[in-house]
Structure formats: structure tokens, C-alpha cells
Design a protein around this ligand. Structure first.
Ligand code: AMP
Length: 369
């Protein structure tokens, strides 16, 4: 990886954000608090991030002219989603600094490249194999065993593009249903819990991690995060050190999330990396109310070339996503003492769509019965 471009913004400068979802919206709100402007680029006219910025570009990511005009109006460019097309990132990077560096996307857009990269750093992952045909899938099953998880190498999120393969399943059918020529097979990990580390790295190599978060998924979508995770201090330190090692190796500038499995066995539990997200992450939303600095502000500080904050957590924090129709409960949440309500201003609540989230802080640690 090459060294990142040096950026030093001043209040009043403009950050370009690729992607107009809730992450872009919350990044722009954090930037505004620091006196920085944002311009959002998104092909979707209903982008929730458009509502909080004065200037927006509504165009396709392949629209070269729109990308060039966008770049000329901003001082640095960042993104809120990892599937930024490589060609768009290249056009933008030839005109303005893009942070995190666009080359990082090549690693994190491809599950195989990402796992190879993590393993090269000496960090544990589930066993995996490259699968590009049904014959390769049979060979991978023979090597890795069942149950296993097949995942498309690209464009998977919230459990999309993946399936569990169990004893007795038909590999031909699974391969056909996956509908890709490029996948990986992973050993199924009977994890004790899922955790994530939200880490920020500055251009000069300072790394700051938020306290380790414990995550519960429902239908493959994050439902609840609890902080701190119910793991030992030693394991939490190990998780943060893994995130720091990954961020250093990528010469990363900005916030990244590392999702990990905690696996128990004989002796101390082990941790394995599941996935890296080169962006602010849903499991870091608790930081908006639960810490002195949010993940969004850390990201803005990092890409602006400003000092990172040292985040201090305010208590035991729970973040609950409002998914699909759950958005209709917002009025109830507004009356819950101590709850903070975040609504993303999205259109219709389709099933699985993240519509908002709630943060709750308990000042005293929960009592053990
Ligand atoms: P991913 O898209 O890779 O983040 O996977 C989504 C969710 O599927 C994870 O958060 C886990 O709950 C589950 N999952 C993914 N990979 C595995 C695995 N190898 N073993 C067990 N569960 C998995």
C-alpha cells in the first residue's frame, strides 16, 4: 500500500462524500459540528444524506463529467460504502485526495483478497477456500468439512450473497442458487459471541480504538450492539491490537470496522477476523451518544488531517436498530427515559431496511444475579 496523501483542512473547507445513505448523513452532521461543509454524491434522488447538506450531486457513479465537477468543488473525498466502483475512485483520486486510499477498496471489496491479507498479517480467520466452479466447491467441502458458509467474493452485505451448506445439501443446487462464478467457502464457526472494533487511524499513524462492541444479528442484519462486550480485558486488548495491525498495514486514514468471532474452547477464548469494513459502521452508532467523540467525528478528523480524539465512553451502552416496520415504534421510544432516538429520514420502510436507531446508556454496570 502507498502512503496516503497529506491533507490539512481548515474550518469552512468542503468534504466530498460518495454515497448518500444514513452513514453519509451522520458523517455530514459530524462535519458540520466541526465547521466543515460536505457535498454528497449519490445516484439516488431520495438519499437521506441530501437532506443535511446544501450541495449535492445526484448522478451515476459512472458519470465521468459529474465526478469531475464534484471533485472540483471539494477539498478531500471520502466514502460511506465499500463498493465504490474502482474506475470512479480512480477518476476522483486523479483530482483530489481520496481517503481512505482507493487501493484499500481492492482488498476489502473481495472476500478472498481480504482473507489472504488478514492471514498474511498472522491474524486468524475461519479456514477458507477459493471456489470458482461446482467442482471447486466439492473439493473445498472435502477440505474444509461441513457445515460451511459459501459467500460471493464481491457485493455481499447483511447476509446477502451467502448460504450455509449442511450435510446432505446438494452442491450443484447451492452453486446454481448463488449465481456467481467467484465465491469462497468458509468453515462454519460455532462462535460464542460476535464483536467488532471501530478503529480510527490518522495519516501520521496514530490509532484510537473505541471500546469493543458486542453485536447480535437477526436475519443476518445487526439488531443490537452492547458496549462494553462481555469479554476479558486481555481479549479486548487483543481485538484492538488486531484492528490496529490491520489499519497500519493498510496505511489507513479514517475509521474502519473489524468484525470478529469469539470462539471458546479449551483455555482462553480465541478471536478470528470475519470481515473488515473500510468505513464507519453500524456497530459504531452507539458512539454518537455513548462516547465523548463519535465514530463519525473521528473519521472526519482523520481525513481532515486533524488530531484524533481520545474517546471516553459514558457508561454501558445499548444500540438498537429500527429495521423495516419497527420505525413505527419511534413515538414509543421518544417517551422512554434516557433513550436517544435517531431517525434517518428514509422513504418507505421495506423489510430489512435500516430506518433509524436508539441509544440507551446505563450509568451503573448491570448487576449480576
Ligand atoms: P458477513 O457478511 O461475512 O459479515 O456475515 C454475516 C453474518 O453471518 C455474520 O455476522 C455471522 O453472524 C454469520 N457468519 C458469517 N460467516 C460465518 C462463519 N464462517 N461461521 C458462522 N457464522 C458466520
Amino acid at each position: 500500500m502507498t502512503s496516503p496523501p497529506q491533507v490539512k483542512l481548515k474550518p469552512g473547507d468542503t468534504i466530498g462524500i460518495l454515497g448518500g445513505g444514513q452513514l453519509g448523513r451522520m458523517l455530514a452532521m459530524a462535519a458540520a459540528r466541526l465547521g466543515l461543509r460536505c457535498r454528497v454524491f449519490s445516484p439516488d434522488p431520495d438519499s437521506p444524506a441530501f437532506d443535511v447538506v446544501l450541495n449535492a450531486t445526484c448522478a451515476e457513479y459512472a458519470d465521468v463529467e459529474a465526478l469531475e465537477l464534484f471533485a472540483s468543488d471539494v477539498d478531500v473525498i471520502t466514502y460511506e460504502f465499500e463498493n465504490v466502483p474502482a474506475a470512479s475512485a480512480m477518476i476522483l483520486a486523479s483530482r483530489r485526495p481520496v481517503l481512505p486510499d482507493r487501493n484499500i477498496l481492492e482488498t476489502t471489496q473481495d472476500r478472498l483478497a481480504e482473507k489472504d491479507f488478514v492471514r498474511r498479517l498472522g491474524i486468524g480467520t475461519a479456514d477458507y477456500a477459493d471456489v470458482s466452479s461446482v467442482e471447486a466447491l466439492r473439493a473445498a467441502i472435502a477440505k474444509i468439512g461441513l457445515p460451511a458458509v459459501i459467500k460471493t467474493r464481491r457485493f455481499g452485505y447483511d447476509g446477502k450473497g451467502q448460504a450455509i451448506i449442511r450435510e446432505g445439501d446438494d452442491p450443484d443446487r447451492i452453486w446454481e442458487e448463488l449465481g456467481t462464478k467467484s465465491a469462497i467457502l468458509e468453515a462454519f464457526i460455532p462462535f460464542e459471541r460476535e464483536i467488532s472494533v471501530i478503529a480510527a487511524r490518522s495519516a501520521d499513524g496514530q490509532v484510537e480504538c473505541f471500546d469493543v462492541t458486542e453485536n447480535e444479528h437477526r436475519d443476518h442484519i445487526l439488531k443490537t450492539s452492547h458496549v462494553p462486550a462481555a469479554i476479558s480485558d486481555a481479549l479486548a486488548a487483543q481485538a484492538c491490537s488486531i484492528a490496529g495491525k490491520i489499519a497500519d498495514a493498510l496505511h489507513y486514514v479514517g475509521v474502519l470496522a473489524v468484525e470478529l468471532f469469539v470462539v471458546s474452547g479449551a483455555g482462553e477464548p480465541k478471536i478470528l477476523v470475519n470481515e473488515i469494513a473500510p468505513r464507519v459502521h453500524n456497530s459504531g452508532h452507539w458512539t454518537l451518544d455513548g462516547a465523548s467523540i463519535s465514530q463519525f467525528e473521528q473519521h472526519i478528523r482523520a481525513i481532515a488531517g486533524w488530531p484524533l480524539g481520545k474517546p471516553i465512553r459514558h457508561g454501558h451502552v445499548t444500540m438498537t436498530n429500527l429495521i423495516g416496520d419497527e420505525i413505527s415504534s419511534y413515538e414509543k421510544w421518544l417517551t422512554v427515559p434516557g433513550a436517544t432516538v435517531h431517525l434517518y429520514g428514509k422513504g418507505p420502510p421495506r423489510p430489512g431496511r435500516k430506518m433509524g436507531h436508539i441509544t440507551q446508556i446505563a450509568v451503573d454496570p448491570p448487576k449480576i444475579a
